[in-house]
Design a protein around this ligand. Structure first.
Ligand code: C2E
Ligand code: SIN
Ligand code: SIN
Ligand code: SIN
Ligand code: FE
Length: 516
């Protein structure tokens, strides 16, 4: 059974489903008339005058041969119904066309009705049994009423198939996005909302335009900037030129929900549903509808609206958590810095170097920020080292250095109490491991460790070398770079060294080098 149809493939390619089909197609039902007799096509159109279902009229596409029909089918993937004559350019041209539609084009949803003037050539039983069609009609028995009934019931069937398809797609998006929602990124949340909207639209036979948006400034992002989640599905939201209209809709929705201002800006029959967290309106869902909704539809929409509000609440909690994590790190870093006071702005620079190198290595902006934060805590374990060792003006004895080396494990220990400091914990534990496996505390070759630890290994040494320490003078940048380069492939990951040196040469670290 071929289930993958063109429809689904094009969705994946365009990332946005057949909702990107030409606008006109979604406010009509497309009916393809395939008949070599023009009179029949004309009469059919006449008899179906005034037809309407869910506020949509019919749009006729006409073909006088199976060949012409194929050309039309290639251009329109959203035809609801085809009325197909059997005998045209060949005795079975219509039947071949049915095969082509179901098997070659793999269009499973389009409803197909065979209409023949020569039942002798195409016996009903044989055709119904052997071809995937929805009805078989003798042209002579197609009175106005019978035709009307056939068209109505087949278009309804098409509508149900589409609803199920949208529903399934919506569900798939929700399922795909669900685990992500807990790790929350803005992208996954918008997929989740897309899924919800797609479901509502499919289940309630709404127009395929919908918008979901937070009201500006209610939810804060990690960076402290305002967040605006906007997830739109439908034609309206997949065209740049509609931006103004969307902004207009947003504004009208906000006026209506927050300020109770009535608005005549919106389409008739459109719905605005507020999303609330603890009785505060934080967003809304906007839906367009051509017909009045049943109580069941309204119920359903309410269920989905609650789901959206819950997802928003999760996001808000998550962002708060990230913020307090970030504050906790700053505090911890300060403590470490206080103890090892000579390191000065070492910690801030280290965070900045790490983020810069990670980003140059193709790590996402968000993860690079996380790496930077984690890097700032790499030496937090120094709080557990006695001052007489830590601040010794001269070279450490072997015994002293053995104690000094414990700062890695002490740091990991301090950071082990929270899940949110997992990355920092690894950095603390592994930042003195080496590429050749001769580092401490475990002697693991750093190629087996997370990238962030290999980045910190390089930038930590660079910054220590160019800084004054109780036990050493500051080195020049060039001497420090030479030392880093000579450690490439033994102490350090060669990829990291290469990127670091290139960044330095390109001026990408200038801003950080002067941080004092
Ligand atoms: P740190 O001062 O932040 O130095 C970090 C790393 O930079 C060192 O890790 C080492 O790999 C590199 N580094 C720093 N200074 C030099 C240097 O003069 N030459 C070379 N080749 N590399 C240098 P390491 O060796 O594992 O040391 C860890 C921490 O132990 C250091 O952090 C520092 O707090 C302490 N430490 C290391 N050596 C001495 C020392 O001779 N005297 C004192 N008082 N502390 C030391
Ligand atoms: C669609 O109608 O959306 C897809 C084409 C079909 O399977 O009929
Ligand atoms: C992690 O440990 O979660 C990230 C480190 C990496 O991307 O290598
Ligand atoms: C990683 O280890 O996470 C990335 C691989 C690399 O760039 O070295
Ligand atoms: Fe260290």
């Amino acid at each position: 059974m071929k289930i993958i149809n063109r429809n689904i493939k094009s969705k994946d390619q365009q990332g946005s489903s057949n909702l990107t089909a030409p606008l006109a197609s979604r406010y009509v039902w497309k009916v393809l008339l395939v008949d070599d007799e023009e009179d029949i096509r004309t009469l059919t159109k006449l008899n179906l005058k005034g037809f309407e279902l869910d506020g949509r009229e019919l749009q006729f596409l006409e073909a006088s041969s199976a060949f012409e029909a194929k050309e039309i089918l290639d251009k329109h993937e959203d035809i609801a119904l085809a009325l197909i004559d059997v005998v045209m350019e060949t005795d079975d041209a219509g039947l071949q066309l049915v095969e082509y539609i179901r098997n070659e084009l793999a269009m499973k949803m389009i409803r197909l009705v065979i209409r023949t003037g020569q039942p002798g050539i195409a016996p009903e039983r044989f055709i119904i049994d052997n071809f995937d069609i929805d009805d078989y009609k003798d042209k002579t028995e197609l009175t106005i009423d019978k035709l009307y009934t056939t068209v109505r019931s087949t278009i309804k069937a098409y509508r149900e198939l589409k609803a199920i398809d949208l529903n399934r797609m919506g569900l798939r998006k929700i399922i795909d996005a669900a685990p992500e929602v807990y790790r929350i990124s803005k992208g996954s949340l918008s997929d989740f909302f897309d899924g919800i909207l797609t479901q509502i639209i499919g289940l309630c036979h709404l127009n395929e335009n919908a918008l979901i948006s937070t009201i500006d400034g209610v939810v804060a992002t990690v960076t402290g900037e305002e967040v605006k989640i906007e997830s739109g599905v439908g034609e309206l939201f997949h065209k740049k030129e509609n931006r103004a209209r969307i902004d207009n809709i947003s504004k009208s929705c906000i006026d209506s929900i927050l300020y109770n201002k009535s608005t005549d800006n919106l389409r008739e029959g459109s719905l605005i549903l507020p999303l609330t967290i603890d009785n505060n309106v934080v967003g809304f869902i906007y839906l367009e509808s051509n017909h009045s909704l049943s109580p069941e539809d309204k119920n359903l929409i309410e269920v989905f609206t609650n789901q959206c509000a819950n997802a928003l609440e999760t996001l808000k909690l998550h962002l708060n958590l990230k913020k307090s994590y970030s504050q906790a790190i700053d505090t911890l870093a300060e403590v470490a810095e206080f103890k090892d006071s000579t390191t000065g702005k070492h910690i801030n620079r280290l965070g900045a170097y790490t983020t810069a190198v990670a980003q140059s290595m193709g790590v996402s902006a968000e993860d690079s920020q996380d790496y930077g934060k984690a890097a700032m805590l790499h030496d937090v374990g120094k709080v557990g080292i006695p001052d007489n060792i830590l601040q010794k003006p001269g070279k450490l004895t072997t015994a002293e250095f053995e104690i000094m080396k414990q700062h890695s494990e002490i740091g990991a220990q301090i950071l082990s109490h929270s899940d949110s400091t997992k990355l920092a914990q690894r950095v603390a534990l592994y930042h003195h491991e080496r590429w050749d496996g001769k580092g401490y505390p475990k002697g693991i070759p750093s190629g087996e460790l997370p990238l962030v630890t290999r980045i910190v290994a390089v930038v930590d040494v660079f910054d220590a070398l160019v800084s004054k320490r109780p036990y050493k003078e500051a080195w020049s940048h060039e001497d420090a770079l030479d030392a880093i380069l000579s450690g490439s492939g033994s102490q350090f990951d060669p990829n990291v060294v290469e990127v670091f040196i290139r960044l330095y040469r390109d001026g990408g670290l200038d801003r950080i080098l002067v941080m004092n």
